[in-house]
Design a binder for this molecule. Structure first.
Ligand SMILES: *Cc1c(COP(=O)(O)O)cnc(C)c1O
Length: 373
């Protein structure tokens, strides 16, 4: 019954693995969502907004307080100047922003380029627009990329840094290589920056739009979910040149029109937390990364530079391994190859999420310590 455009995108391995976690009582490090709530002040701001009668439709562009806070955030962290009226669009999470951007910018038959492995909504959103998904391989063990091949129908390149699932944070040199391609082929860059604040080891997240010549060609996307541990709120945004933001708005208007009003008000409070809060949260996550990564004495770990995820080379087919792991060690993880158009390239990698409470990570680490191939 499903339209052919979407027929290839059936249910994901997450359904199978979460059921397996349920059945075996294993610790679920498969899906990337935190097991504790975001900052109390942010939760309180959502409740206050509801009590204060902010319960009807938000305006199409998003509530003004949130758009102002997004513009301030871009200025505070990156020195980017935005007009909150024409250069900021609030969306139902980054996921809607990505879909609306592709729907609003691509003609049927256009190419959408994206680094592979990729977030699973990218090819699906591309298919909904009738466009063609063109993967650019990130090669293990370092997950770096070769020359980017650009065909005549190329329209958009999607860049996700910090990158899910590999944990890569693209360097300035890598971003410059991408920028050169975008400028040479007159592409539009769409950046997925949902992990912008989850960067480790003193590394820096560099928005692609801050590179020379890129502000006018880049639509930047982010959301509250990962930064503030409120993945269930689905408050995201797209920012950039007014023409690109207008394309997102045109599609978003008829997808959802507006998102949840009280959560948008709370988003304004969240984004205005002080620098120390952002720093402390990244450090806390970095400690969890280390507790988990240090557990794998018999395997090679691609220690992530950012995000919620670590990839482990298990030395054999990771899909089989993932199905045995809940029984062998009482832990659930996801084979990294499910995020790829060329799964054989990533066959031995298993992705573990470490965005869980430290005692949970430590218990998982204890269970994984003695594991062998
Ligand atoms: C979690 C995630 C998203 C989804 O963000 P929402 O704001 O929840 O829609 C988008 N991109 C990547 C890479 C993610 O990991």
């Amino acid at each position: 019954m499903i339209a052919s455009r979407l027929a290839g995108f059936g249910t994901t391995i997450f359904t199978e693995m979460s059921a397996l976690a349920e059945r075996t009582g294993a610790i679920n490090l498969g899906q990337g969502f935190p097991d504790e709530d975001g900052p109390a002040a942010v939760l309180e701001a959502a409740q206050a907004a509801m009590r204060d009668g902010r319960n009807q439709y938000a305006p199409l562009p998003g509530v003004p307080a949130l758009r102002a806070a997004i513009a301030e955030h871009q200025q505070r962290f990156y020195g980017i100047e935005l007009d909150p009226a024409s250069q900021v669009q609030v969306t139902m999470g980054a996921t809607e922003a990505i879909a609306a951007a592709i729907l609003g910018l691509c003609e049927p038959g256009d190419d959408v380029l994206a680094f592979d492995p990729y977030y699973d909504s990218y090819p699906a959103a591309t298919a909904m627009a009738g466009a063609r998904f063109v993967p650019i391989p990130l090669d293990p063990p370092d997950f770096t990329f070769d020359d980017i091949v650009v065909g005549p129908k190329a329209r958009v390149i999607l860049i996700n840094s910090p990158h899910n699932p590999t944990g890569r944070v693209f360097s300035r040199e890598e971003l410059q290589r991408i920028a050169d391609v975008v400028i040479e082929h007159d592409l539009i860059a769409i950046t997925d920056e949902v992990y912008e604040h989850l960067v480790f080891d003193g590394l820096e997240h560099i928005p692609l739009s801050t590179l020379p010549g890129m502000a006018e060609r880049t639509l930047s996307i982010s959301s509250l979910g990962k930064t503030f541990s409120v993945t269930g709120w689905k408050v995201g945004w797209a920012t950039g040149p007014a023409e690109l933001v207008a394309a997102v708005r045109a599609a978003k208007q008829f997808l959802t029109f507006a998102g949840a009003t009280p959560f948008q008000h709370a988003g304004a409070a969240a984004l205005r937390l002080d620098d120390d809060w952002y720093r402390a949260f990244a450090l806390e996550l970095q400690a969890k990364r280390d507790h988990l990564c240090d557990a794998f004495s018999h395997f090679t770990v691609a220690r992530p530079q950012g995000t919620y995820f670590a990839n482990v080379d298990v030395g054999r087919d990771a899909t089989e391994f993932a199905r045995e792991l809940p029984y062998e060690a009482g832990v659930v993880a996801i084979p990294t190859s499910v995020f790829s158009a060329t799964p054989e390239r990533l066959a031995p990698y298993l992705r573990f999420a470490f965005c869980k409470r430290l005692p949970v990570i430590d218990e998982a680490a204890r269970r994984l310590q003695s594991l062998e191939s």
